[in-house]
Write a protein that binds this ligand. Structure first.
Ligand code: MG
Length: 200
């Protein structure tokens, strides 16, 4: 496909490509000095099920995870992310990673380095890597996102967004994908429509 006609897929990292909640659960068990089994796997967005009661506690835990436990380079990959992103890339889609990982002040160099190392180490293909809070300001034809607020915000801006399902976003409406295989099939089914929209 010629470069100008490529359909851009804007892909979130945490909770979509990287198993954020799985790794954070291990780190939170350490942080709170609790056995792992006492922290439920089913969590909502603010992690209150683990005893994180406000934004400041969340930020303390997150800071510890990133700065002391290399969160961004030590997460497992969500199964299928490499396989299906490589297939989409081979079929001519442009993979644009869009992540809001720079929210810890004075830690940007390490956050970016951990992120790039993780992407390389897991063989995730991408053309663009965007560190952005306002994801709607990054152009993409399809967004893949798990954070409930981000999905709603993107959809409010009329941006086509597939919710990548996990325990934090059960209340979010379709379109939803519960696995990378399902996501891949959804994108391929949309392809003729997207192609007709992007080629004028
Ligand atoms: Mg996310």
């Amino acid at each position: 496909m010629p470069e100008k006609q490529k359909i851009v897929i804007g892909v979130d990292l945490d909770g979509v490509c990287a198993d954020f909640y799985g790794r954070m659960r291990e780190i939170a068990a350490e942080w709170f000095e609790k056995p792992l089994h006492e922290l439920p796997e089913e969590v909502s967005f603010g992690l209150k099920e683990w005893g994180v009661n406000n934004k400041s506690q969340y930020e303390s835990l997150h800071r510890f995870a990133v700065t002391q436990r290399s969160l961004f380079s030590s997460m497992e990959m969500v199964p299928g992310a490499r396989k299906y992103l490589r297939q989409l890339s081979d079929e001519g889609f442009r993979i644009r990673i869009i992540t809001h990982r720079l929210f810890i002040h004075y830690f940007h160099a390490s956050a970016v380095q951990q992120t790039v190392e993780w992407l390389d180490n897991h063989g995730i293909p991408y053309w663009d890597l965007c560190f952005m809070k306002e994801k709607e300001q990054v152009g993409a034809d399809i967004y893949i996102e798990d954070s409930p607020d981000n999905v709603l915000q993107l959809r409010q801006n009329d941006l086509f967004t597939i919710c990548f399902a996990n325990s934090t976003n059960r209340h979010i409406e379709n379109p939803r994908a519960s696995s990378w295989e399902e996501l891949y099939k959804m994108v391929m089914n949309l392809y003729p429509f997207l192609r007709s929209q992007s080629v004028t």
